[in-house]
Design a protein around this ligand. Structure first.
Ligand SMILES: CC(C)(COP(=O)(O)OP(=O)(O)OC[C@H]1O[C@@H](n2cnc3c(N)ncnc32)[C@H](O)[C@@H]1OP(=O)(O)O)[C@@H](O)C(=O)NCCC(=O)NCCS
Length: 183
């Protein structure tokens, strides 16, 4: 499958906002930094809770682009009027776990509950199966992230375990729920 033929593509959110989905490129570093730091500032239920510097984001992006090129990762980013508003990605496992991938996703606060998470996950799961040839996808979500858990179950993920009190979030130790889906 040729990613260049599949992307960029336009989709509409439930509020009829037109969003462009595409694979990240070298020019995205500043938007990526702004996007992640906005989530950190919001104290969103993600693993990262420290803002990232531009130099570190540059290194991260360099590594990510190499991974995408070598099919070790695939990522889909969503832009609204040139602003990065959501991203999702799958990182391929290693050694005996090469047939599996780990998924991450985040949507900017102003764009949640518009169906973007579902649109992005559908695309990403398609790529995980048909482009990366993966057999299984895993993810981790903080207990209490009801929107995330609802979306993942809707997309066919099931809970296979939880790590008690794995994350300190908003003043409490919170379980990490582990989920998987066979492709
Ligand atoms: C979790 C997240 C990725 C979902 O993306 P999204 O674009 O908001 O998702 P969608 O709009 O496609 O779907 C959200 C669903 O959750 C439902 N939902 C919203 N709040 C809910 C709640 N409190 N309890 C249960 N379901 C809820 C919505 O109704 C919708 O379901 P529906 O399509 O059946 O109506 C996004 O909200 C996000 O990035 N949140 C902050 C960061 C984060 O949690 N990242 C994931 C870390 S594992």
């Amino acid at each position: 499958m040729d990613l260049a033929k599949r992307f960029p593509k336009k989709v509409k959110t439930k509020k009829a906002r037109e969003v462009t989905l595409r694979i990240p490129d070298e020019g995205d570093v500043k938007e990526m930094q702004r996007f992640i730091n906005e989530l950190v500032e919001e104290d969103a239920p993600i693993l990262k809770n420290e803002k990232i510097k531009l130099t570190d984001e540059k290194k991260y992006l360099e590594g990510l682009l190499k991974e995408i090129k070598s099919k070790k990762s695939v990522n889909v980013y969503a832009f609204y009027k040139s602003k990065l508003i959501a991203n999702t990605g799958v990182k391929v496992g290693k050694f005996r776990g090469k047939h599996m991938g780990n998924l991450g996703i985040s949507v900017s606060k102003d764009f949640r509950d518009e169906g973007l998470g579902q649109l992005l996950m559908k695309d990403l799961l398609f790529l995980a199966k048909n482009y990366l040839n993966l057999k299984k996808i895993t993810l981790a979500v903080l207990d209490g992230n009801l929107r995330g858990i609802h979306l993942y179950k809707k997309m066919g993920f099931s809970e296979y375990g939880r790590l008690p009190e794995a994350n300190f979030y908003k003043g409490d130790y919170v379980d990490e729920i582990l989920m998987y889906k066979d492709l």
